[in-house]
Design a protein. Sequence first.
Length: 91
Amino acid sequence: MWFLRPDPHVKPEGPLAFRVRVRTKSGEVVELRLSKSTEISPVEGGYYVRKEIVAPKSLDRAVLEIWFDRRFRPVRKEVVGGELVPIREWG
């Protein structure tokens, strides 16, 4: 039987949203909630979200992009100006 591993950076929050954390260049961590109904847009072959991030303390800027397949499984993730924080480090 085939089992898919959960994504190491994108955490489902119920059936309607995802949680993601981005570490900016100064080290500040910003948590984002991505709503399937208002922020994630349909594109050919799946879904896409682009979020511009401004860290509240350091005012660092970053841009997060995630491409999902038709079942909302992340297939590509990119952060400019920072990095995704693995769920195992959220503690």
